[in-house]
Design a protein around this ligand. Structure first.
Ligand code: ZN
Length: 255
């Protein structure tokens, strides 16, 4: 990588982060940020590229994307080879990662669709970027931006530092807890998405019931701000008549 390319990447990164800070990013900026974070993640995790779980993720993912109303997003679905982690997350612009450990709770495609619908909803609502804006008030993203600008004065450590900045921004992108309000919105929108994609929305209840009972010290993304399982279930139940109506007229069921 030459100096000028490094400089331009650093500046792009700083500009994207400053977009994050205001909570207002163009779809293009979000897509660029998401693609960078995706590359960062892909260098850290081991993926599965075949088999039943892989096929399920791809199949459910493409159906949910098809009803997302955002064909301009570059939807991507990755299955991470980690059976100990029951987790899933999404990066800005629609890059979804599902850990194989999630299949301990998702027993069929409809239950998987509850999770993927939830993650896709976060991306549609730009929750990742908006949460970064909130974090900026705590100075975290601001500090990252300083680092980003600092390395614009090219030196030997530039590449290393840029990598570090990317690493931190990727971390911000996926482990940052969403607010409880965002979680509820993602549940609600996700339920409608799965129904429209032809997956029985009642599977969301069975999934979250099983998932809510999980023990251990894992705190998956969607549990991180833990809407109490009871209130999550109550919200989903209240929306069920509407979801069932969408499900019944889903184009995927009329085939
Ligand atoms: Zn969530």
């Amino acid at each position: 990588m030459n100096k000028f390319l490094k400089l331009s990447i650093t500046l792009t990164s700083a500009m994207i982060l400053s977009g994050c800070m205001s909570g207002k990013m163009s779809p293009q900026q979000e897509s660029t940020l998401g693609a960078q974070q995706e590359q960062q993640m892909l260098s850290k995790v081991k993926l599965i590229h075949s088999g039943q779980y892989y096929n399920a993720v791809r199949n459910v993912g493409s159906r949910i994307a098809s009803v997302s109303g955002r064909p301009d997003f570059q939807w991507r679905y990755h299955l991470v080879n980690n059976s100990k982690t029951a987790n899933a997350f999404v990066l800005p612009g629609g890059k979804v990662f599902v850990y194989s450990g999630l299949f301990k709770y998702a027993s069929n495609e409809a239950e998987l669709a509850a999770v993927i619908g939830h993650e896709v909803a976060h991306a549609l609502r730009s929750h990742g970027v908006k949460s970064a804006a909130r974090q900026q008030k705590a100075g975290l993203v601001g500090a990252l931006l300083q680092v980003g600008m600092g390395v614009a004065g090219i030196n030997k450590q530039t590449a290393q530092t840029v990598n570090k900045v990317y690493g931190q921004s990727a971390t911000l992108g996926y482990i940052r807890p969403y607010s409880r309000q965002n979680e509820t919105a993602a549940d609600s929108i996700g339920l409608m998405l799965m129904a429209e994609a032809g997956y029985d929305p009642r599977a969301a209840l069975s999934f979250w019931n099983k998932f809510g009972k999980q023990g251990g010290r894992q705190v998956p993304e969607y549990m991180s701000t833990h809407p109490a399982p009871a209130s999550r279930i109550a919200n989903i139940k209240a929306l069920m008549p509407h979801a069932m109506a969408l499900y019944k007229k889903s184009r995927y069921r009329r085939r």
